[in-house]
Design a protein around this ligand. Structure first.
Ligand code: GLY
Ligand code: MN
Ligand code: MN
Length: 421
């Protein structure tokens, strides 16, 4: 409210209900910004912040109570619940928004609203703005400026509150359980989708869902970064790369583990695995306040390049190979991203053209990988080895805390888990 200023008003609609096909809807997921500001989980709602409004600054427009509809679709909070249970200063039926919001916008030259996200709602905001312009001819103040609300909130969302951290910890904890279960269920002959189902079962029995479509890539599929078919049979001798995380109370975990389908790494697989593990440790160590966003990535690049030279996949001086970007053939993605309500959470990575400094309260992933596709330049025992190790970190004043540290990643411990099926 303070950053908006008194001559502004902020308008934020809830996520629309989306149709899957016919009249069947996708599972409803609240808009992340809306959840962040309100905690209100219903669709057809609009939050309004009107700094300095005497009768209340935080308003919610929500669906009215309706016994017949509630018999079909479940309970609604209604305007009364919006005030009593969600802390709105004032709440109104969504059906009255045209009349009421128009009045609230009057006399406020600046409107914070993010255009281009909600295609149905954009024209309504423009309609109110145009109507106010017409009114202005009779002496009221017309809106002068429409600014994105998202950017203001992004800088808040980057720093997690105690409550947010608790949700992230819970998401991490449930995700760890899911990955353990996936490892225990892995053996030759099982399918990738059965592994996805094990993860999904573990998530759902803790009131969580997949935060993103999981990557369950066996054998050569481990090298496909956004592999999503998850429909192949797992074969002995290959690796299984599982990138899966749950969403709990709208907060995401994002975790990757890679393990041998048959329960034992081959020497080549283990050699690659150990390089990725070392690279992850080096990157995690750089994820501390005062370092910049790119420091963990640079540490991972250094360790991976040295490791690739040691195991013979790259030839030359590491310093030169890093400068030339030779590692990109095997490690073509970045080492992480912000994590929060969104898996790839909001927030700028650069400020004023420079990498952003890491600060206490930020949450990130650290996820280096090596992917070796079949090539005449590479010894055959390395073909189709794809390894990524991904954990979630909270950056504290004294350094990083790995929220997903309970999940095994030492190669011997990983083998034991897979063998314990
Ligand atoms: N699961 C998406 C990612 O690792 O960024
Ligand atoms: Mn991931
Ligand atoms: Mn990730």
């Amino acid at each position: 409210m303070r950053s908006l200023g008194r001559d502004a008003i902020a308008i934020l609609p809830a996520a629309p209900v989306r149709i899957r096909n016919g009249d069947i809807e996708y599972a409803y997921r609240q808009d992340s910004y809306f959840h962040y500001l309100t905690g209100f989980a219903e669709p057809e709602a609009v939050a309004v912040l009107a700094p300095g409004r005497a009768q209340g600054e935080y308003l919610l427009f929500v669906r009215d109570r309706d016994h017949e509809r509630e018999d079909w679709d479940g309970p609604r909070a209604g305007p009364e619940g919006a005030v009593d249970d969600y802390g709105a200063d004032d709440a109104f039926p969504i059906a009255d928004i045209d009349e009421i919001l128009f009045g609230l916008m009057e006399g406020r030259p600046k409107i914070y609203y993010t255009m281009g996200i909600n295609e149905e709602f954009d024209p309504r905001v423009l309609g109110w703005v145009n109507a106010l312009r017409v009114e202005a001819r009779h002496g009221t103040c017309a809106p002068q400026e429409i600014a994105a609300l998202s950017h203001l909130i992004d800088d808040l969302r980057l720093f997690k509150s105690r409550g947010e951290l608790a949700a992230l910890r819970r998401a991490a904890e449930i995700t760890v359980g899911g990955h353990r279960r996936a490892m225990r269920c892995t053996r030759p002959g099982v399918t990738e989708y059965e592994i996805a189902a094990e993860l999904g079962h573990e998530f759902q029995r803790h009131n969580a869902v997949h935060a993103y479509h999981p990557v369950i890539g066996g054998g050569a599929n481990a090298c496909i970064l956004h592999y999503r078919n998850n429909d192949q049979v797992l074969r002995d001798g290959g690796l299984l790369l599982v990138d899966a995380g749950c969403e709990f109370d709208c907060y995401a975990a994002d975790v990757t583990r890679t393990f041998p389908i048959g329960g034992r790494f081959t020497p080549a697989q283990r050699a690659v695995y150990e390089v990725v593990l070392r690279a992850q440790a080096a990157a995690i160590d750089k994820a501390r306040p005062g370092n910049d966003w790119n420091d963990p990535h640079e540490a991972a690049v250094r360790t991976i390049t040295h490791g690739l030279v040691e195991i013979g996949l790259l030839k030359g001086r590491p310093a030169r190979l890093i400068k030339e970007g030779a590692y990109r053939e095997f490690f073509g993605h970045r080492t992480g991203h912000w994590l929060g309500l969104d898996v790839h959470d909001v927030g700028d990575y650069k400020v004023g053209g420079e990498w952003r400094l890491l600060e206490p309260g930020m949450v990130i992933t650290v996820e280096p990988g090596i992917y070796v596709r079949p090539s005449p330049k590479v010894p055959k025992e390395f073909w189709n080895i794809g390894v990524r190790i991904e954990d979630d970190l909270w950056i504290g004043a004294a350094g990083p805390e790995v929220l997903t540290s309970a999940l095994e990643k030492d190669p011997d411990a990983v083998e034991r888990l897979v063998q314990s099926s």
